[in-house]
Design a protein around this ligand. Structure first.
Ligand code: F6R
Length: 624
C-alpha cells in the first residue's frame, strides 16, 4: 500500500478552496509544497521513501526522491511548476532505497510515474524492454519505459500523446494499480486506476488526484471517485474521464468529514478503517503470487535443494494475534504440505530434544518484525542450527536480518494497536506458503492446490461481502454489549479464529472474553455459562460446523444466547443471531473472523473505549 497524489492548477490555497488569490502564511506557496503536504497526509499508507515530480513550462521535468519518511524529503524550488505528482512508499518489490523510491522515469527522463499497487507481469515486461536502462528493482519502473515506447515509436506507432500512451500501456499491465504519469512539455497529469483506489479533488481552477481524499482535504471537499478501468486527464481546462476509451461522467460528491476524521479516511478509528481496508490489503498480499491454473504459487522464496522434501517438522513461533495466525497455518501445513506442524508461543519456545535441526523449519510470524519474544525464539532456533524463516509486514525489520528467508505479507502500515488486516494477510501468506511447500514436496496434487488457490482468490470479495453486513453486527453488539462475559468457540480452523475473536474483544472493550475449542466447553468452561454470557461460534466450512453446533446447543441449554458465523446456504435455526459467511472453502473461518473483528469494534465503541490505543498495550512489544 503506497500513497500517491497529483496537483495541477493555481498555486495558492485559501480557506475552503484553492484559488489564484494571495495565500496567508500558513498556506502552501508552490506546487511542490502542495504535493509535499499531501504526501504528509498520506504517510499512514507507507513511509519507506518519498518523492515528487514537478513540471513547469520553462523548467521541464524535475524529480526529487529519497528513502525515509516524507519529512526527510527536500522538495526542490521550481517556481514555474504548474503541476506535480508525489508518492510515499510501502515497499513490496525492492528494498526502501533512494533508487527504488518513486517517481520512476523513462530512459531520457521525460516521463515520470508514481504508482500504488503491483504490476504482476513486470518481469515479463522488463524482458521485453531489454534495450531500456532500468535503475531500480521495482515493478513500477516498467510503466514509464512502456510509455516511452508508445511516445517514441520504438514499440508503439509513435504517434501517441501521453493520454493515448497511458491507455495503451494500461492494456499491457496485469495486477492492481493506480498510476499518475506526467511528461516534460505536457500540461496534463494522466491517471489510471484498476484495483487500487484513486479519487479526484475538484478545486476552483485546480484539480487533485490521490489515493485518498485525506491528501487534499485542506484544499477541497468536492471529490469524484474513479472506478476500475477509468483513465483521466487533469489539465488546465479541467478533468476528462474515460472508460473503455469513451468519455464518461462520474458523480462529484462533497465530503463532510472533519479534519481529524479525515486522517482516518473518514472513519472514527484507525481500527475500523483497517478492518475495512482488508479487501485491498488482501489483494496486495495475493497480487502476482497465485498461479491458479498451474496450481502453484510464486512467493519469491527459495530453500536449499532437497530441504523441503526431507523436512520433518515446521515449527511456528509467534505472539498474540500472530500466534493465532500461526495456529491457523499449522493446520494448513499438515493438510496441504503433509508435514508435521507445531505452533509455540515465542516466549515459551526452546528447540527441544528429539528434533533434527537440519530437518526443521522454524517460521517466525510477526507483523512488526520487532517483537522481542519472537526475535528471542528465532535466535534460539538459529543457535540450535535450524533453518529459520519470517512472515512479516515490515521490510528491513530486525527479524528479516536474522532469518534465512522471508515472505512479506504486504498489508500496508497498521496503526491501530489491535491487529486486524495484518492477521488476514498473515494467514493468506502462510496459506500460500503451505501450498508452495506441499507442491514442492509432491504432497499436494495440482487439482487440490488449484481449489485452495481459488478459495484465496475469492477472499477479498468475500471479506467485502461481510463488511457490507456491518449494520447487522453493530445491532448485535448493541444488544449484547453489557453481557457479563463472552465465549468464542470453534473447531479445527475455527479454533484459532475463536481465540483471535476473544483476544480482539478483550483488548479493546476490556470485557472478559475467552476462546475455546468447542469440544472443551463441557470439560470445564461450561460452568461459567449463564444467560448473561453470549457464545459466539465459528460454524463454517473448515470448522466442523455440525459438531461445533452441538457444543453451542449445550451452552444454549444453560440459557446462553448464541451468535454464529454460518456458511452461506447452511442454517442453524436455533441461533439467536446468524452471520452469513460467503463460500470460500478453506479460508471461510478467516472470513468469519471479520464479523468477530466488527463485533469487538462495535462493543468497544458503544462503551467509548480508547480503541486505537487500548490501555496498557503497545503496537510493538520490544521487551521480553
Ligand atoms: C493483538 C496484537 C498483538 C500482536 C503481538 C505480536 O491485536 O496486535 O497480540 O499480535 O504483540 O506482534 P507482532 O506480530 O508484531 O510480532
Amino acid at each position: 500500500m503506497c500513497g500517491i497524489i497529483g496537483y495541477i492548477g493555481e498555486i495558492h490555497a485559501t480557506d475552503g478552496g484553492v484559488t489564484g488569490e494571495a495565500a496567508d502564511d500558513d498556506t502552501p506557496g508552490s506546487v511542490g509544497e502542495i504535493v509535499h503536504r499531501g504526501l504528509k497526509n498520506l504517510e499512514y499508507r507507507g513511509y519507506d521513501s518519498a518523492g515528487v515530480a514537478l513540471v513547469g513550462a520553462a523548467s521541464g521535468l524535475t524529480v526529487a526522491k529519497r528513502s525515509g519518511e516524507v519529512g526527510a524529503l527536500s522538495v526542490p524550488d521550481v517556481p514555474d511548476a504548474t503541476l506535480g505528482v508525489g508518492h510515499t512508499r510501502w515497499s513490496t518489490h525492492g528494498p526502501p532505497t533512494d533508487a527504488n523510491a518513486h517517481p520512476h522515469t523513462d530512459c531520457v527522463g521525460d516521463v515520470a510515474v508514481v504508482h500504488n499497487g503491483i504490476v504482476e507481469n513486470y518481469e515479463a515486461l522488463k524482458r521485453e524492454l531489454s534495450d531500456h536502462e532500468f535503475t531500480s528493482e521495482t515493478d513500477t519502473e516498467v510503466i514509464p519505459h512502456l510509455i516511452e515506447e508508445e511516445l517514441t515509436g520504438v514499440d508503439g506507432d509513435g504517434d501517441a500523446d501521453l493520454l493515448a500512451a497511458v491507455r495503451r500501456v494500461e492494456d499491457r499491465l496485469e495486477g492492481s494499480y493506480a498510476i499518475c504519469a506526467v511528461r516534460e512539455g505536457d500540461d496534463r497529469i494522466v491517471v489510471a486506476r484498476r484495483g487500487s483506489p484513486l479519487v479526484l479533488g475538484r478545486g476552483e481552477d485546480a484539480a487533485f488526484v490521490a489515493s485518498d481524499v485525506t491528501a487534499f482535504l485542506e484544499h477541497t471537499r468536492d471529490v469524484t471517485y474513479l472506478e476500475d478501468g477509468d483513465v483521466a486527464a487533469l489539465s488546465p481546462d479541467g478533468v476528462e474521464i474515460f472508460a473503455s476509451g469513451e468519455p464518461v461522467e462520474r458523480e462529484t460528491e462533497t465530503v463532510t468529514w472533519e479534519a481529524d476524521a479525515a486522517e482516518k479516511g473518514g472513519y472514527e478509528h484507525y481500527m475500523r478503517k483497517e478492518i475495512h481496508e482488508q479487501p485491498e490489503s488482501l489483494r496486495q498480499t495475493l497480487a502476482g503470487r497465485l498461479d491458479v491454473d498451474g496450481g502453484d504459487v510464486d512467493l519469491d522464496v527459495s530453500f536449499p535443494p532437497g530441504f523441503l522434501a526431507d523436512l520433518e517438522e515446521i515449527r511456528i513461533v509467534a505472539c498474540g494475534t500472530s500466534y493465532y495466525a500461526g495456529r491457523y497455518a499449522a493446520q494448513l501445513f499438515e493438510e496441504l504440505a503433509g508435514v508435521r506442524a507445531t505452533v509455540e508461543i515465542a516466549s515459551e519456545y526452546e528447540f527441544g530434544a528429539g528434533r533434527t535441526p537440519d530437518r526443521t523449519l522454524v517460521v517466525a510470524v510477526t507483523q512488526s518484525g520487532e517483537t522481542a519474544d519472537t526475535l528471542g525464539a528465532v535466535r534460539r532456533a538459529n543457535a540450535a542450527g535450524a533453518r529459520t524463516f519470517a512472515v512479516t509486514n515490515t521490510l528491513g525489520s530486525t527479524v528479516t536480518r536474522e532469518v534465512d528467508g522471508t515472505a512479506f505479507i504486504r498489508a500496508g502500515p497498521e496503526i491501530g494497536v489491535a491487529a486486524t488486516k495484518t492477521f488476514a494477510s498473515q494467514v493468506a501468506t502462510l496459506a500460500m506458503l503451505a501450498v508452495a511447500v506441499g507442491r514442492d514436496r509432491g504432497a499436494l496434487a495440482a487439482a487440490d492446490a488449484r481449489s485452495v488457490l481459488e478459495d484465496l482468490q475469492g477472499l477479498p470479495g468475500a471479506v467485502q461481502q461481510v463488511l457490507d453486513e456491518e449494520k447487522q453486527v453493530r445491532e448485535a453488539a448493541r444488544e449484547y454489549r453489557d453481557s457479563e462475559a463472552f465465549f468464542f468457540v470453534g473447531r479445527a480452523l475455527g479454533v484459532p479464529v475463536a481465540l483471535e475473536g476473544a483476544l480482539k474483544l478483550k483488548e479493546i472493550s476490556y470485557d472478559h472474553a475467552e476462546g475455546f475449542a468447542a469440544g472443551e466447553l463441557k470439560h470445564g468452561p461450561l460452568a461459567l455459562v449463564t444467560p448473561d454470557t453470549p457464545v459466539l461460534a465459528v460454524l463454517t466450512d473448515g470448522a466442523r460446523a455440525d459438531e461445533t453446533m452441538n457444543n453451542v446447543t449445550e451452552a444454549q441449554t444453560r440459557g446462553a444466547p448464541a451468535l454464529g458465523c454460518v456458511s452461506a446456504g447452511e442454517e442453524f435455526g436455533t441461533l439467536d443471531v446468524s452471520f452469513e459467511v460467503p463460500d470460500v472453502g478453506v479460508v471461510e473461518p478467516l472470513v468469519a473472523n471479520v464479523y468477530l473483528q466488527l463485533f469487538a469494534y462495535h462493543v468497544a465503541n458503544e462503551k467509548g473505549r480508547s480503541i486505537d490505543k487500548p490501555r496498557n498495550l503497545a503496537k510493538s512489544v520490544t521487551v521480553e
